[in-house]
Design a protein around this ligand. Structure first.
Ligand code: SF4
Length: 65
Protein backbone atom coordinates (compact mmCIF):
# COMPACT_ATOMS: atom_id res chain seq x y z
CA UNK A 1 0.00 0.00 0.00
CA UNK A 2 1.02 3.60 -0.53
CA UNK A 3 -0.42 7.01 0.22
CA UNK A 4 -1.90 9.02 -2.61
CA UNK A 5 -2.23 12.79 -2.24
CA UNK A 6 -4.61 14.76 -4.47
CA UNK A 7 -3.83 18.34 -3.52
CA UNK A 8 -6.66 19.62 -5.71
CA UNK A 9 -9.16 18.11 -3.25
CA UNK A 10 -7.53 19.47 -0.09
CA UNK A 11 -9.74 21.83 1.91
CA UNK A 12 -7.05 22.75 4.42
CA UNK A 13 -8.65 21.24 7.49
CA UNK A 14 -5.27 20.34 8.96
CA UNK A 15 -6.31 16.93 10.28
CA UNK A 16 -3.37 15.27 8.54
CA UNK A 17 -0.91 17.68 10.16
CA UNK A 18 -2.31 16.86 13.58
CA UNK A 19 -2.33 13.12 12.87
CA UNK A 20 1.04 12.77 11.14
CA UNK A 21 3.07 15.94 11.74
CA UNK A 22 6.29 14.29 10.58
CA UNK A 23 4.77 13.68 7.16
CA UNK A 24 2.47 16.60 6.45
CA UNK A 25 2.49 20.37 6.76
CA UNK A 26 0.21 23.10 5.47
CA UNK A 27 1.12 25.85 3.03
CA UNK A 28 1.31 29.31 4.56
CA UNK A 29 -0.07 30.65 1.29
CA UNK A 30 -3.28 28.66 0.91
CA UNK A 31 -3.50 26.24 3.83
CA UNK A 32 -3.35 23.20 1.61
CA UNK A 33 -1.40 20.15 2.55
CA UNK A 34 2.30 19.97 1.76
CA UNK A 35 4.25 16.74 2.24
CA UNK A 36 7.32 17.32 4.43
CA UNK A 37 9.26 14.91 2.25
CA UNK A 38 8.47 12.80 -0.80
CA UNK A 39 5.80 10.31 0.20
CA UNK A 40 7.20 6.80 0.50
CA UNK A 41 6.65 4.71 -2.64
CA UNK A 42 5.32 1.88 -0.53
CA UNK A 43 4.45 1.25 3.09
CA UNK A 44 2.08 3.35 5.15
CA UNK A 45 2.99 4.25 8.74
CA UNK A 46 0.19 3.93 11.30
CA UNK A 47 -0.06 7.69 11.77
CA UNK A 48 -0.50 8.13 8.03
CA UNK A 49 -3.37 5.64 8.06
CA UNK A 50 -5.04 7.78 10.71
CA UNK A 51 -4.46 10.86 8.56
CA UNK A 52 -6.13 9.16 5.61
CA UNK A 53 -9.10 8.14 7.76
CA UNK A 54 -9.54 11.66 9.15
CA UNK A 55 -9.09 13.59 5.91
CA UNK A 56 -12.54 15.08 5.27
CA UNK A 57 -12.10 15.73 1.57
CA UNK A 58 -10.61 12.53 0.20
CA UNK A 59 -7.39 14.34 -0.65
CA UNK A 60 -5.52 11.51 1.08
CA UNK A 61 -6.18 7.93 0.12
CA UNK A 62 -4.51 4.54 0.04
CA UNK A 63 -3.69 2.61 -3.10
CA UNK A 64 -2.12 -0.72 -3.86
CA UNK A 65 1.56 -0.65 -4.80
S1 SF4 B 1 -6.67 16.36 6.22
FE1 SF4 B 1 -7.09 16.30 4.01
S2 SF4 B 1 -8.22 18.17 3.61
FE2 SF4 B 1 -7.24 18.44 5.61
S3 SF4 B 1 -5.27 19.47 5.19
FE3 SF4 B 1 -4.89 17.26 5.18
S4 SF4 B 1 -5.11 16.62 3.02
FE4 SF4 B 1 -6.06 18.63 3.24
Amino acid sequence: MRIVLDRQRCVGSGNCVLSAPAMFDQSDADGQVVPRAPLPPSGVPDEARVAVELCPSGALSLADD
